[in-house]
Design a binder for this molecule. Sequence first.
Ligand SMILES: O=C(O)[C@H](O)[C@@H](O)[C@H](O)[C@H](O)COP(=O)(O)O
Length: 337
Amino acid sequence: MQIGMMGLGRMGANMVRRLMRDGHECVVYDINPASVAALVTDGALGAASMEEFVGKLAKPRCVWLMLPAAITGRIIDQVAALMEPADIVIDGGNSYYHDAVDQAAKLAGKGIHLVDVGTSGGVWGLERGYCLMIGGPDVAVQHLDSIFATLAPGADAGSNPPKDAGTAPFGYLHCGPSGAGHFVKMVHNGIEYGVMAAYAEGMNILKSANAGKRQRTADAETSPLENPQYYQFDIDLPQVAEVWRHGSVIGSWLLDLTAGALKGDPGLANYGGRVSDSGEGRWTLKAAIDTGVPAPVLSSALFDRFSSQGESEFADKLLSAMRYAFGGHVEKPKAGK
Ligand SMILES: O=C(O)[C@H](O)[C@@H](O)[C@H](O)[C@H](O)COP(=O)(O)O
């Protein structure tokens, strides 16, 4: 089948490669001509402008966008202006699901379908496949089935899912009308924050398992370690992460990646610890608040990211200022300073 891909960054370019490998014809466009040229070398049909890109597509045109959420809405408007009824726009980025609901209604007025596809798999997707969470009208989603089947990982080796199991065992799922795909991917990323935080916190506790041996900290006078004999373990974190990958209850792909990171750089010297967030965690909490659903783990993980970004600095200083004001307690240096 033919598909047009706009946005040829790490995700878009690899998705094109995976599609072409399975025999699909890809028309590609990006504002960076070098990204287009690289895929033309691999066999894609390139375009130098959005008009040329849309003009090269067979009807009904299928345009898949892999763009940052901040510009996706504007680009959808531009590309839809060049399209006709029955054409399909697919948004595979991490867009806010509200935008997909609103955009779909706008495009439906012109007879154009919007399919929103939460796409998980990151830089590993080319080889492993992408987990796809899909929202949109049945007719458009069915039309794109062979594209989804190629991009998705496929059934696990050796498994033979029964026909009535649907597409989920193959790694893609039509979750509902437009917006449902991004909604499911939003919650997926909220969970991602929580799971990542759980591994990070647990590993940090293990790292302190030798606290009884270490030099006393600045707070030792006021909060001494009560039982230093219980904190005498020099735990090999890379090895623990590795052993947990084999038969443990908390094994996961995120743990595989954690083990890989620790193995290559046990002290994590290559990282400063500022953890960005692109919106999905915030939107997950908005949905939880709107619907009155408790999400203490996910919110704690999100707020922890804000702290890592330096956003707790003023509050922490204020705490110290209050403590000094009422008790004359002088602030001590931070750990490691
Ligand atoms: O499932 C995935 O493949 C990831 O979730 C992917 O979509 C991306 O790496 C995140 O969007 C990063 O999100 P943050 O910037 O919010 O951490």
